[in-house]
Design a protein around this ligand. Structure first.
Ligand code: UD1
Length: 397
């Protein structure tokens, strides 16, 4: 029997968990070919941001928990790198798979490449063009060193080609987050109503909207968050809104003593199924999340994005997404358009069909067969050795 290809799959923050669920399933289905281990960096650690996702999405318990927690960007990234390097040295994988654009993504891809391990980036090539966004830096750096690129939409292909990557390494496969969404939606429909969502719906009534906000550019400045909430307050005069509050945002609301308008119902971060049950039956979504822009497009729910730019332009050109910036008047204008029955009608982007993870695994199967790398190659031994007293690292030649 040929030796199986050793993969480390990395997840760190909430938006990663929804992307690795279908990848874990697709890799498990090819366990004769791949030996996959899961690494949870612990970037997100609250039960509501992490454990509940593992349970509901059917993700196996991680093989490694790095438990890094929240710090400044540099400290968080450095802690992930140090802990992940030790895992790579012990495991000697042939491939590290990273998803999305969070600090865990960039930290683990850097570690892997410095150990000469191939990196596959799932959701590669997205660009907002806004280098003030920490995620944009993470995307650019991760793509600049990755070996395999799995792309969700044509803009990703264009960006990667423009940046000079080899076309044979770039694969337009569709969207693993939509794989997860369609899979979980089928499960939701076959179950009794979600209790948590029903409790909220009892307060809200049949017609309601859903709000999420957590981007530093929206929530870290008091005047900005107050201004956005003033627009949201006006919308809530016409339709009740449920606002699932990210820890970063709740900390800010508390610190500044900001009260939300009366028909905006606050909720802690919701488990995936309760949240899906809520937003998938809502009249509109107001958000600054990357993921929700895509998920609303996939289910045809009107989405108003409170950002100046998006790295997911297909949600604007083909989907239900409308970008309004941070102007409260624009939030109200677009929301009223939806409430008046004139919201944008979208269509489903190509390959957002629930099978992206399978396509990725198919490519990797071929890629690893043709790979000349081996975890046992003598030329790598040096990189896996942590010198006695010196700091962790590959050292110089
Ligand atoms: C991160 C990602 C962002 C993603 C978002 C989704 C980066 C650069 N950003 O942003 O792309 O859209 O996750 O949630 O990686 N906190 C908790 N509990 C937790 C996690 C965080 O209380 O489980 C608090 C911490 O106090 C922290 C703050 O939330 O200071 C922000 O967390 P952090 O992981 O730094 O970034 P996010 O804003 O969550």
């Amino acid at each position: 029997m040929t030796e199986r290809v050793k993969i480390l799959l990395v997840a760190g923050a909430r938006p990663n968990f929804v992307k690795i669920a279908p990848l874990m399933r697709a890799l498990a289905a090819r366990s004769n070919h791949f030996a996959t281990k899961l690494v949870h960096t612990g970037q997100h650690y609250d039960a509501s941001m992490s454990e509940s996702f593992f349970e509901e999405l059917g993700i196996p318990q991680p093989d490694f928990r790095l438990e890094v927690g929240s710090y400044t960007h540099a400290q968080q990234t450095a802690r992930i790198m140090m802990a992940f390097e030790a895992v790579c040295c012990a495991e000697k994988p042939q491939l590290v798979v990273v998803v999305g654009d969070v600090n865990s993504t960039v930290a683990c891809s850097l570690v892997a490449k410095k150990l000469q391990i191939d990196v596959a980036h799932v959701e590669a090539g997205l660009r907002s063009g806004d280098r003030e966004m920490p995620e944009e830096i993470n995307r650019i750096v991760t793509d600049s060193i990755s070996d395999w690129f799995f792309v969700t939409e044509p803009s990703g292909l264009d960006n990667l080609k423009r940046e000079g990557h080899k076309v044979e390494r770039i694969h337009f496969v569709g969207n693993v987050m939509i794989d997860n969404l369609l899979y979980q939606q089928r499960r939701l429909e076959s179950r009794p109503p979600n209790e948590q969502a029903e409790t909220l719906r009892a307060q809200l009534g049949q017609r309601y909207g859903v709000v999420t906000l957590h981007r530093p550019s929206n929530v870290d400045d008091e005047a900005t968050i107050r201004s956005i909430l003033s627009g949201i307050g006006k919308v809530s005069e016409r339709v009740p809104l449920v606002f699932a509050v990210h820890p970063r945002t709740s900390a800010m609301l508390e610190r500044c003593g900001i009260a939300v308008p009366p028909r905006v119902y606050l909720s802690p971060p919701l488990p995936y199924m309760a949240f899906l049950s809520l937003w998938s039956r809502s009249t509109l979504v107001i958000t600054d999340s990357g993921g929700l822009q895509e998920e609303t497009t996939a289910l045809g729910i009107p989405c108003i994005t409170v950002r100046e730019n998006t790295e997911r332009p297909i949600t604007l050109t083909e989907g239900t997404n409308v970008m309004v910036g941070r102007d409260p008047a624009r939030i109200v204008e677009e929301a009223f358009r939806v409430l008046d029955g004139h919201g944008k009608i979208g269509r489903i982007p190509a390959l957002w069909d629930g099978h992206a993870a399978e396509r990725i695994v198919e490519v990797l199967e071929h890629a690893s067969l043709t790979s000349t790398r081996s975890a046992h190659s003598p030329r790598l031994t040096h990189f896996y050795t942590i010198p006695g007293n010196s700091s962790i690292g590959a050292g110089s030649e």
